[in-house]
Design a protein around this ligand. Sequence first.
Ligand code: GTP
Ligand code: SPV
Ligand code: MN
Length: 654
Amino acid sequence: MLLKVLNYFLKNGIPKTVSGHYAKPIATPGIFNNIRGFSVVQGDVARIPLKVKAFIEESVALCQPENVHICDGSERENQFMLKALQESGSIIPLPKYQNCWLARTNPADVARVESKTFICTEKREQTVCTPKPGVQGTLGNWISPKDYESAIKNRFPGCMKGRTMYVVPFSMGPVGSPLSKIGVELTDSQYVVCSMKIMTRMGANVMDVISKKNIDFVKCLHSVGMPENGKIAVPSWPCDPERVIILHKPENNEIVSYGSGYGGNSLLGKKCFALRIGSTIAQREGWLAEHMLILGVTCPNGTKKYIAAAFPSACGKTNLAMMTPTLPGYKVECIGDDIAWMKFDSHGQLRAINPENGFFGVAPGTSYETNPNAMKTVVKDTIFTNVAYTSDGGVFWEGLESTIQPGVKITDWLGKPWEMGVSKTPAAHPNSRFCSPASHCPIIDSNWEDPEGVPISAILFGGRRPQGVPLVYEALNWEHGVFVGSAMRSETTAAAEHKGKMIMNDPFAMRPFFGYNFGNYLKHWLSMEKRCEELEGTMPKIFHVNWFRKDKDGKFMWPGFGENSRVLDWILNRIEGNDCHEQTPIGFVPAEGSLRLENLETKINMKELFSIPKDFWLKEVNDIQTYFDNQVGSDLPKEIQGQLDILKSKIEKM
Ligand code: GTP
Ligand code: SPV
Ligand code: MN
């Protein structure tokens, strides 16, 4: 056993501190700490709650790792991991910044794999709606308990041979908050450990919460996998793309992920836990787990409101959450950029927390012009994935052209020389990302870790709609707003495996993330109004926004980014109950002159930007009807069909 421990240090090196001095081993190697015959090289077994220990033992027996390392979440441990990753060639340092690193993946492992993501329940209809016969369902994938078991048996036995299994205890939400939930991820990827340290509250204190409160935790098992022929194509990024599978069993609070090291596939606290498993817990407990950013906006008179917004992947959440308003006197502060957990308090006020601790943001398009706050966030303690790097030790992606000094050479995400204006392929992968601590964001809200959450006054839905959909409109009431969410559509992006740009239905920006039947999800959303009424609260107002409408030449009609503060200004006016709206068949839009347009650099064709073309909307309502008929069928709540009928008759009368 001692030999195993020595081997571990030989392979991974003795940890170095940031300053370069050799550090003592992280903890006394636990050579007496046996988990069923496997040596625990790091960590304190005595501190592990019994049920966590049982989970580790089971998984060790299945995956057969060489060692087990129980993560304590310390900075010393983090540096140890980063060094080991560097030595194995998995990451390279970026000396232009402070403690920043670049990981490049196997080019076959670059995004979430929606087609290989499954939810397991006894009955199919618990997970998915029943599509029309002959129609392929697009609202999630169901797997039977039997197939779930065999999917695991066909992949996991011995998959961690020769590797270390890391035990990562983490909290989604501030440790100890009544709105937070706990998970334990077992993984054979050091990249995952370092990323989970950024994205979640990770560490030994989480184990203590499980022990003290005797609460349940979400079991997350992850392996980058081992291809059947034993050959790892890219040794610095082991994975098994052919056999990738991401499994969820809500009944057991269990996530099992195999074959990918990337983002939402492997950082299991994010989409798998906080959204898929989270939405099932939220349904049971009467709250909402949503794919939403949360921001605070203060207007010139000092009033501050909080807004949550659901846009599909790569449709502008991070950018809105960190925006620099162009309207004078406005201030935006960030609570979260991807996920919101929202619950009514005892006064009927909807309150939201960001369950995450960091940002896993889209790199391309992020720049000092579009999102300076993100740029200031990513220069410290950040792991970049699949961006390009520069000969002066920095990063590069599409949108950063003006930062490149003469003479600086660029290497693309595949490791090949890349020349600006000459190379025909993108320098950074379109789904390349930065992973940074939220606390480094210069406009992080002072209440972002408030255990009670922040009060939500408005919910925005939106997406990439090149045609027909106006810049902003307000839902007439809650039920209409839930309909607007259910009818959301957006152009596909590089965040998942979809090829080409097509308009896809993405209700509530949750299509890839529903943990249970979408029809029941809609009923749950509709039921929120009654819940609020009983507590004598006020429901948030619902809006739909579209920054992405294009003109005849294919150019964006609205400048977006910081200029979106003009839309927030109108929304705040509506929250205050100001009469600055006019009714259209689809909802309320800004009354003439109520959207502030002063000092805009480009002239906006407001008539076009807000036009509601009858032929477009006739097709839209028919497409929505077909979608509901094909995909949701008898699971569609009658209220939602009723809303579509009303919209249809209004459009027909136009
Ligand atoms: P996920 O992290 O995948 O959930 O994405 P996200 O919703 O956080 O999207 P993000 O803010 O990272 O934006 C994705 C892309 O859209 C980036 O390339 C942005 O530059 C671009 N984008 C964001 N906001 C705007 C906008 O207001 N106008 C335009 N034209 N582009 C925008
Ligand atoms: C998304 O795709 O919505 C993301 C990135 O936020 S990932 O974590 O990969 O899901
Ligand atoms: Mn997202």
